[in-house]
Each structure stands twice: as C-alpha cells, then as structure tokens.
Design a protein around this ligand. Structure first.
Ligand code: ITT
Length: 202
C-alpha cells in the first residue's frame, strides 16, 4: 500500500488527520514512524509559505508524498494575532498550551466582548519532485474567558462555537472533525491527494 507522511510533530494534529483521512486508501505514517527528526524553521510570512516549507522538507527527506499543516488562531480585537505565531504565542520560551491560552486571555482582558476569532488551516501536499499543492479551511467562533472541555488541543478550550453552544474542546473528536478548519481543509485537499497518488510513479 502507498504511504502518506503526515509532516507534523503536533500529536493533536496527527490524531485528527488519522481520523479525517480514513477514506483515503493509503497508509498514514508519522515522522516518528520513519525515524525523521527534522527541525523546520517556520520563518515564512504566510501560512502557505510555512506549510510548503514543512511539506517540501519532509518529502525531500523521506522520498514520500507529504501532508503538512500550518494553522493558527486569529483574534479580531488583537488585529489577527496570534495568527502565524499561535504555536509560539507566549513571552516564555517552551511554554505550554495552557500558558499560551492564559497569555491570550490576559491580552484580551481590556477589550469588549464578543472576542470574535477564527481558526485557519492551510495544508500543503509536497511531492518528492518538489511540486506543491495547497488547500485551506476556516472555522469561525469567539474566544471565551473561561476554559471549557478537555478534548482537542491548543486553544480549543477557549474557542466557543455559537452554532454548537460549546467550546471546541467540549466537542468529541468526531464532532470537531465535522466542522473544524482542518476538516474543511482536508475536504478541499482530498481530490489533490488522490490525484497526487495517481500521478506519482513510485
Ligand atoms: P507542526 O509545525 O509540527 O505541524 P505546530 O503545533 O508547531 O506543529 P503550527 O506551527 O501550524 O503547528 O501552529 C499551529 C498552532 O495553532 C498550534 O500549535 C495551536 O496552538 C494552534 N491551533 C491550530 N489548530 C488548532 C486546533 O484545531 N485547535 C486548537 N489550536 C489549534
């Protein structure tokens, strides 16, 4: 069976991709499965640049078709921050998801609610010949000042979805995968992935 390398070190993303890509008839492998420990510097100015950089680095190191994700949370009152810097949004180096959520709430404290926000995901499909294909998705909601729920990862416990009347972390994995930015991006990426596996000669 052909293999797709999920080019991320984020365990939350890996779990979601494993569930979102069940319909794709390929074997999903992780960098850990392949013994790959790449450090990709995310210095791009856009989600596309960073996702493309990760997909290419992993496809060149592995010789496999790779799927990379660059995503973030954009908060209107903060002019779109943390955005591209969502994974590093903290004054403390190596802070945790909990620390980053607390820092975001501290920065939002002076602003009137609702604190409108959306999650964005750009996926890059990298081929060993250097070709890149992109797909994206967004999920809209608002930030709430108290954490709710234990599922998901990152900013999920403070991201409220009005249509569901709960936070992203209160949704089951299955429910999150019906409406998240990553779910929508995967839906848009599936035809590109199918084409990539048809076209590439292994
Ligand atoms: P890789 O680069 O290895 O994929 P990463 O976590 O560094 O892992 P990003 O640079 O794309 O990935 O950062 C995305 C950050 O945005 C992530 O660490 C979370 O803080 C946040 N984020 C993205 N998607 C999210 C989601 O579905 N739920 C909660 N937070 C999310």
């Amino acid at each position: 069976m052909e293999k797709l390398l999920i080019a991320t070190t984020n365990k939350g993303k890996i779990k979601e991709f494993q569930d979102l890509l069940v319909g794709l008839d390929v074997l999903l492998v992780t960098p850990q499965d392949c013994g790959l420990g790449l450090e990709v510097v995310e210095d791009g100015q856009t989600y596309e640049e960073n996702a493309g950089k990760k997909a290419l680095a992993y496809s060149q190191a592995s010789g496999m078709i790779c799927l990379a994700d660059d995503s973030g949370l954009e908060v209107e009152a903060l002019g779109g921050a943390p955005g591209l810097y969502s994974a590093r949004y903290s004054p403390l180096p190596n802070d945790t998801d909990t620390g980053r959520r607390a820092y975001l709430l501290k920065n939002l404290a002076g602003f009137p609610r609702p604190w409108r926000a959306h999650f964005h995901a750009t996926l890059a499909i990298g081929l060993p010949n250097g070709s890149l294909f992109f797909a994206a998705g967004d999920c809209f909601g608002e930030i709430v000042p108290e954490e709710r729920g234990d599922n998901g990862f990152g900013y999920d416990p403070i991201f409220f979805i009005p249509e569901k009347s709960c936070t992203m972390a209160e949704l089951s994995g299955l429910e999150k995968n019906q409406l998240s930015h990553r779910a929508l991006a995967v839906k848009n990426a599936l035809p590109l992935l199918r084409k990539a596996f048809k076209d590439v000669q292994f």
